[in-house]
Design a protein around this ligand. Sequence first.
Ligand code: NAD
Length: 296
Amino acid sequence: MKVGFIGLGIMGKPMCKNVLKAGYEVIAFDFNKAAIEEVVACGAKAASSGKEVGENCEVLITMLPNSPHVKAALFNEGGAAEGLKAGCTVIDMSSINPVESQNIAKKLAEYGIELLDAPVSGGEPKAIDGTISVMVGGKKETFDKYYDLMMSMAGSVVRVGDVGAGNTTKLANQIIVALNIAALSEAFVLCEKAGVDPQLVFDAIKGGLAGSTVMNAKAPMMISRNFEPGFRIELHIKDLQNALDTSHAINVSLPLTSQVMEIMQALKVDGKEKKDHSAILNYYEKINNLIVGNKN
Ligand code: NAD
């Protein structure tokens, strides 16, 4: 099976390497030439445009920041849709607005091309290990056809409904992750001020009911004060904006999501939008005038 790959960033590059490791033939494109060279060293072919990728694959994986990037990669001049043949499938693994997934599916259908919206959760470490969770929207038979391909990058791949359902599930995931990180930050400033070591707090509670994958991933980063991404605040702002837009469009209220959104917005105002979302802690440190964890 010939696989196209567009978008070799923090997530896409290790995901592409795992597809190669599983034995698929891959042709890849990104604006970043160094990223292309890295996957070429693992056995991929380099393309000089999205169109060239489309001409040389039956299934195209996209892993791009947001819907404008996905639309540009597919439909701009020299984009993949110019090269893809009718009967091909696009698996968009980017996290985008579910309504945009449906719009993209409609446009691809004009070319006779199927879409699966298949965003992922797990972050860079799980992308490297090949253990990300994939939530997929689209036709059951298309899902079945490409299940093994998606599993080559993942620990779990679950079909959650028709096109758009994958990204609705991802919004749910992003709400839960954001609120967890904010809760962890509140707890850590409280413990720090009370004179209880956050590392010992983490050790004591991680196996209890409050423990979570988010806590295991983000507490060590907060305590060692490593706020390098990982998952950038600007990307999480994009996800929460998509969650709020979607909720308002269907008349649902998300009070806690809107509050964490404003915390992230304040961090962006403070120039921290390229930091990992664990830097939500920095907002709590600022309003409480203290520093959590290792001060060295
Ligand atoms: P990133 O910014 O690191 O990578 C995006 C890549 O896309 C870059 O290499 C960029 O050059 C390339 N690109 C942009 N437009 C392009 C175009 N038109 N043609 C070709 N290449 C193009 O982003 P990331 O962290 O890898 O995230 C990708 C998606 O995955 C986002 O939607 C994000 O929300 C989601 N996601 C990220 C994480 C994470 O922890 N980083 C976790 C889960 C999901």
